[in-house]
Write a protein that binds this ligand. Structure first.
Ligand code: HEM
Length: 251
């Protein structure tokens, strides 16, 4: 949360609890894939390619190999020297509504349209029950269950949660394919997180969801542009950062 500077890769030490050990980040995985890429790069060309560039390139490759758009991003990011658990309090929570999400992304210079396009990354992967179980019981003072969930999909989510807090629910019907199915699911009130479904329930973002559900090419265009913008957030240049030798440790 210090920008796009690979602070998420730093391991905790006896004096510091790092971002990766925050409850909000506990489900992140694949650190060893980044370690592997880093090791090979350091052998060929030591001290040149930052961990932040590796993470940024890994995200474009993941989108492309899953069938999404290919887009190039500038390289030359430096790695940050700070990673603190406290900074993760600024991550968006899955309980936020559309207006709150617009505000939060707006603070980093993103429009509502860019926020919805970026949320489309939930075309890939899974959420664990702990991220959406609040929707299934004691939802609010007037509803036991989140009224924005389709009745049939409610059964699916409840069944997933019968497997415990870590049980996984696919975000859409194609968890390894980058497509616009996520937006189709929102139209069917089958969004997994409250923060997903709210994008269709709010008049401010519903037309954007409908647009992407109808037109995958438009989603891909907006996604690329917004990801490029995100990859440039608070990039550290020159002496403000370093090229780590090991992505898990500050030099
Ligand atoms: C709009 C605000 C967002 C919220 C509230 C949010 C929240 C979440 C939550 C709660 C999970 C599930 C974690 C778990 O239960 O293990 C998740 C997964 C995921 N998020 Fe987001 N997210 C947001 C935006 C984004 C953005 C902008 C991206 C990337 C551009 C993204 C990419 C992903 C991916 C790929 C997964 C699946 C990870 C996996 O399969 O393990 N999310 N998100």
């Amino acid at each position: 949360m210090q920008g796009c500077d690979a602070s998420i890769l730093i391991d905790s030490t006896k004096d510091n609890v790092a971002e990766k050990d925050s409850p909000a980040n506990l489900s992140l995985r694949g650190y060893e894939v980044i370690d592997d890429a880093k090791e090979q790069l350091e052998q060929l060309c030591p001290g040149v390619v930052s961990c932040a560039d590796i993470v940024a390139m890994a995200s474009t490759a993941a989108v492309f190999f899953a069938g999404g758009p290919y887009y190039d991003i500038p390289k030359g990011r430096k790695d940050g020297r700070i990673s603190k658990i406290m900074d993760t309090i600024n991550l968006p929570a899955p309980s936020l509504n559309s207006s709150e999400l617009i505000k939060m992304f707006g603070q980093h210079g993103f429009t509502a349209q860019e926020m919805v396009a970026l949320s489309g990354a939930h075309t890939l992967g899974v959420a664990r029950c702990s991220s959406f179980k609040q929707r299934l019981s004691n939802f609010d003072s007037t509803h036991d269950v989140d009224p924005t969930i389709d009745a049939q999909f409610l059964k699916t989510l409840s069944k997933t949660c019968s497997g415990g807090d870590n049980a996984e629910q696919n975000f859409d019907s194609t968890r390894n394919t980058f497509d616009n199915d996520y937006f189709n699911q929102l139209q069917l009130k089958s969004g997994v997180l409250f923060s997903d479904q709210t994008l269709f329930m709010s008049p401010k973002t519903k037309p954007i969801v409908n647009g992407y559900a109808l037109n995958q090419a438009m989603f891909f265009m907006d996604f690329q542009q917004a990801m490029l913008k995100m990859s440039l957030l608070d990039v550290k240049e020159g002496s403000k950062g370093e090229v780590r030798a090991n992505c898990r440790k500050i030099n």
